[in-house]
Design a protein around this ligand. Structure first.
Ligand code: HEC
Length: 156
């Protein structure tokens, strides 16, 4: 063993010893990590909601030809569903808008999950219907919060 390794081992024994001593002398305190929003909502829109919705519009403009295309669509839909989860963490500061926000965010998650399922089943009609449902969820929230962005994944 080199000198450094010995020191390292000694340090580990020290830490372990302290930990055991603490564990014996104090009742276990659970420090539960909490969900905390970090990015601005605008960034989630620009980085997750918008690009995945546009990509799905392109991907589902015609029926995907192979399993890879469907797998891609499913993944994008799931990222949108997770965006719904991230939005649930970020209701507006004013309590008045909280219920509407949570409803729309959960709506996005639900519609995107339906879309992921349709893509998993390679069901083209259902997938297109579900993508329209996703866009409706986007637009309903934008309307509620006076965001002048109209989402239409089939526009291009
Ligand atoms: C729960 C509410 C909510 C949902 C659901 C929602 N948005 Fe948004 N969106 C917002 C808010 C609030 C803003 C304004 C953010 C800001 O400017 O700070 C915004 C802004 C945007 C913007 C403009 C970003 C910019 O650069 O200013 C785009 C694009 C966007 N949303 C796309 C989408 C798409 C696509 C979806 C659905 C997949 C969606 N949004 C779902 C609340 C929502």
């Amino acid at each position: 063993m080199t000198r450094t390794r010995i020191w390292f081992a000694a340090a580990l024994v020290g830490i372990g010893g302290t930990f055991l001593a603490t564990a014996h002398s104090q009742p276990l305190r659970k420090a539960t990590p909490r969900l905390e929003p970090v990015a601005e909502t605008k960034l989630l829109m620009e980085g997750m909601a918008d690009p995945n919705t546009k990509a799905l519009g392109k991907l589902l403009a015609n029926k995907p030809k192979d399993a890879e295309g469907w797998a891609f669509a499913r993944g994008q839909a799931l990222l949108l569903a997770e965006t719904g989860n991230l939005l649930l963490m970020r209701p507006p500061k004013a309590r008045a808008g909280e219920d509407a926000w949570l409803t729309h965010a959960a709506d996005l998650r639900e519609n995107a999950t339906t879309l992921a399922r349709a893509a998993g089943a390679k069901d083209y009609l259902q997938a297109r219907t579900a993508l329209a449902g996703v866009a409706n969820a986007c637009n309903r929230c934008h309307q509620s919060f006076r965001v002048a962005v109209r989402v239409d994944p089939f526009a291009e």
